[in-house]
Design a protein around this ligand. Structure first.
Ligand code: TYM
Length: 325
């Protein structure tokens, strides 16, 4: 079975964009691939984190995985820092990474805007650690949202470079990006992606938002000029809302458009809020029923299960690089 690897950072608020762009697709892969889903705490600390919050968020993300339907009997879920080889491989990959390759990363450029003197080396090196995550398990496929594709391209380049320079150790991973939902936009600004770290809570629907909050946020969500409920390049706000609606009900956007022909923005928004609430209700119920210590057990068991893969890859890497084990 081919291997799939993906992860989410335990920082900020997990939102409907994370679900539609990534986690929803993971669910569909569980039967056909050997799936490994990680809570990437070492990535989260590349920007300052409150230690207590990091700890809580790490468990929270794992709970979201489970509540959304990741089945620990089929897929492995674990915490990145529980397997030391991630950091070790990142260091070795650093030695074949070129500085301009990292300087060109869009996400890095976005994140450092206006705060260059405070930027950590970790943030710059973030994509190399991500490459290590993927290559360590020889994952063939990486299901992510569109914003992570450039990072996966780097992982591909590093794998190719390493294999060419030393020996064929790594599998060249491929990003798996869905046409729909790979870039859910901010509710308050449909020209920018929905983001965990957004300044305003009206940017996103958190997976843990209450029904009233969801109603309020959708009511306030930006719309486009005009009256019709249609998607299109000149209707970025509606296109985004229609995409969310379509993915959650499992109907193509054109069908949703037809359903709302002649109806008002208010009617559409009311229904959309209820669709989101209806979808989140069972997820939140499961989430609230999960016990922290049970979740921690699942995470530790997950790390234990995949540790041999990491150990084996590192031994291969060191051998071909001339590092004594
Ligand atoms: P993170 O935590 O920022 O986001 C988790 C996943 O959600 C997707 N995503 C979105 N999809 C659609 N619309 C949006 N507005 C949106 N915002 C976020 C992301 O593309 C991602 O798939 N670097 C990664 C975590 C990571 C990782 C890895 C992923 C670390 N190592 C190895 C894959 C493989 C990140 O920061 O994701």
């Amino acid at each position: 079975m081919e291997r799939v690897f993906s992860g989410v950072q335990p920082s900020g608020v997990l939102h409907i964009g994370n679900y539609l762009g990534a986690i929803k697709n993971w669910l569909e892969l569980q039967n056909d691939y050997q799936c490994i889903f990680c809570v990437v705490d070492l990535h989260a600390i590349t920007v300052p984190q409150e230690p207590k919050e990091l700890l809580a968020k790490t468990i929270e993300v794992a709970k979201i995985y489970l509540a959304a339907g990741i089945d620990p009997k089929k897929s492995t879920i674990f915490v990145q820092s529980h397997i030391k080889e991630h950091a070790e491989l990142a260091w070795l990959l650093n030695t074949i990474t070129r500085i301009p390759e990292l300087e060109r990363m869009t996400q890095f450029k976005d994140k450092i805007r206006g705060q260059k003197s405070e930027v950590s080396m970790g943030l710059f090196d973030y994509p190399v650690l991500m490459a290590a995550d993927i290559l360590l398990y020889k994952a063939a496929k990486v299901p992510v949202g569109e914003d992570q594709v450039q990072h996966i391209e780097l992982a591909r380049s590093l794998a190719q470079r390493f294999n060419g320079r030393f020996s064929e150790v790594f599998i060249i991973p491929k990003p798996m990006v869905r046409k729909e939902g790979a870039r859910i936009m901010g509710l308050d600004d449909p020209t920018k992606k929905m983001a965990k770290s957004a300044n305003s809570a009206y940017n996103y629907i958190a997976l843990t938002d209450s029904p009233d909050t969801i109603r309020e946020k959708i009511k306030k969500a930006m719309t486009d000029s005009g009256k019709e409920i249609v998607s299109g390049p000149d209707k970025p706000a509606l296109a985004n809302l229609l995409t969310i609606h379509s993915l959650l009900v499992g109907q193509p956007v054109v069908e949703v458009e037809q359903q709302y022909q002649g109806k008002s923005y208010a009617e559409f928004k009311n229904d959309l809020a209820e669709v989101i609430i209806g979808f989140l209700e069972p997820v939140q119920k499961k989430y609230n029923a999960l016990d922290d210590s049970e979740v921690l057990k699942i995470l530790r068991a997950g790390a234990k299960k995949i540790q041999p893969i990491a150990t084996k890859t590192m031994a291969e890497v060191k051998k071909v690089m001339g590092i004594i084990e």
